[in-house]
Design a protein around this ligand. Structure first.
Ligand SMILES: [Zn+2]
Length: 145
């Protein structure tokens, strides 16, 4: 499967992340559950979904701009962290996400799909650059950087 096709499939599978409860459900293994600022509820309300791994147990990503954040401290405010690290994210325009219009929802979905495609393009571009460098090295030998 091509990388772009995989990105689009992933984007379609993540459609449900538009819904607060679906985002909240991803935080079952989140390390900060209570008595802190970065609770699952606040993270989900700020547009984040949990995608932690064994090596990065506090990794979250915004389902719209796809910005990934880890290294959370109990006093970190998820909304402020989102603004600080990805201020142009369209999700941040809607502090009351439940009150958005259908047109605004469609704009949010369009931005989300575009971000998935751009991530795929950046990844493909990096792969092609690597291949180009390999071929140049075979033809011309190792070049000084
Ligand atoms: Zn975002």
């Amino acid at each position: 499967m091509s990388d772009m096709r995989a990105r689009i499939k992933e984007a379609l599978e993540e459609f449900d992340m538009h819904f607060f409860n679906d985002r909240l459900e991803t935080f079952k293994d989140w390390p900060f559950q209570e008595n802190c600022e970065c609770t699952p509820e606040k993270l989900a309300a700020a547009g984040f979904v949990y995608c932690g791994t064994e090596n990065e147990p506090d990794l979250v990503k915004c389902y719209v701009c796809l910005k990934e954040l880890d290294g959370w401290e109990p006093e970190d405010d998820p909304w402020k962290e989102h603004v600080g690290h990805s201020g142009a994210c369209p999700f941040l325009k809607y502090e009351n996400i439940m009150g958005i219009t259908l047109k605004e929802f469609c704009e949010l979905e369009k931005a989300r799909m575009m971000n998935h495609c751009m991530k795929g393009i950046k990844h493909s571009k990096a792969e092609w650059s690597e291949k180009r460098d390999e071929i140049q090295e075979k033809i011309f030998g190792k070049q000084k950087q």
